[in-house]
Design a protein around this ligand. Structure first.
Ligand SMILES: [Zn+2]
Length: 320
């Protein structure tokens, strides 16, 4: 028996001899689209539904990671079989059905990061949930990819019946005019975007201090650094629990494998790295199920500790 080389496969060389006598292939049209981005997991008596909003193929420059060179970042991308210079940043929100409430944690991009984003409305429909069914929205932090889904492009609320809960320190930072006016030009759009989403519904938005219960079986956990009020959520039912990490780590093949790396998007890079280490250490030690907003879909898995960082071990697709 002869081994096939990669070249044989690409060139159709010796491999083609295997096809002699095979029946002709039917000319079926290609689909060109993906199936719905919906993945369900059971947690105690809660049902979790991961909702895929799409992927932004983010072109990066040498400032993307503050304390690593472009060559180091490109090597990490290459090690993960990704294209150098492009970070495929995916977005997956999490819907928690507690039995009494439908709780949505973060809301997607509303399609504002290019044509390969904004799929969440379709994912929600595929999951059999209407936007008006959502009772509670929990926000991890105010970056646009997490809050933009609260409104449609015409400024109307998408989840008409939902109570919106946000971390108070996050509100205090982003809605402070003095801070916005003092911020560098590049940081202004995020401040303005937070106003676009929240200013006219401010009276409806409930602000909480992280550390307490915010919905049945869901506790907020301060995870500051990425932004000043960045908040994780611990979901518990029966003897099972899951930690919703938000942006404790961005793309895990960069920032979990290299937990000391500080993304240009971290407001306080030192604090973000310390929080990341603390949270991932805990997840690994407790063998805790985690959800990461920017993890590859279904964005749910476990954290294993390695010699130099952490590795995400995704859950396996399984029937309910
Ligand atoms: Zn994010």
């Amino acid at each position: 028996m002869t081994a096939l080389s990669r070249r044989d496969v690409l060139m159709g060389g010796s491999a083609s001899t295997l096809l002699v006598g095979a029946p002709a292939l039917a000319a079926a049209p290609t689909a060109g689209t993906q199936g719905p981005g919906v993945y369900r997991t059971k947690l105690g008596s809660h049902e979790l539904t991961a909702l895929y909003d799409g992927t932004w193929f983010r072109k990066i420059d040498d400032k993307f990671v503050k304390n690593a060179t472009a060559a180091e970042v490109d090597k990490a991308l290459t090690d993960a079989f990704l294209t150098p210079g492009i970070v495929p940043t995916s977005f997956t929100a999490l819907l928690v059905n507690t039995g009494s409430k439908l709780v949505l944690i973060d809301t997607g991009t509303a399609g504002q990061l290019g044509p390969t984003t904004g799929l969440m409305t379709g994912a929600l429909a595929s999951a059999g949930v209407k936007p008006t069914d959502i009772d509670v929205i929990l926000i991890s932090h105010f970056h646009p990819d997490h809050i933009n889904g609260i409104k449609d492009k015409d400024g109307r609320k998408v989840f008409a019946n939902a109570e919106i809960l946000v971390p108070a320190p996050e509100w205090a930072f982003w809605m402070d005019d003095a801070r916005m006016n003092a911020a560098p030009q590049a940081a202004r759009p995020a401040f303005l975007n937070a106003r676009r989403i929240f200013a006219d519904i401010a009276h409806e938005v409930k602000r909480f201090e992280p550390g307490g219960e915010v919905a049945p079986g869901i506790t907020s956990v301060a995870a500051y650094g990425h932004t000043p009020g960045h908040t994780a959520y611990a979901v518990a039912s029966g003897n099972q629990s899951l930690m919703v990490l938000g942006d404790v780590t961005n793309h895990p093949w960069l920032f979990a494998r290299h937990p000391h790396w500080q993304g240009s998007f971290d407001v306080d890079g030192d604090m973000a790295a310390a929080t990341r280490k603390h949270m991932l250490d805990r997840a690994a030690a407790d063998r805790m199920l985690v959800h990461g907003y920017h993890f590859p879909f279904p964005a749910t898995g476990y954290i294993a500790k390695t010699a130099s960082g952490y590795e995400v071990v995704p859950v396996m697709w399984q029937p309910m």
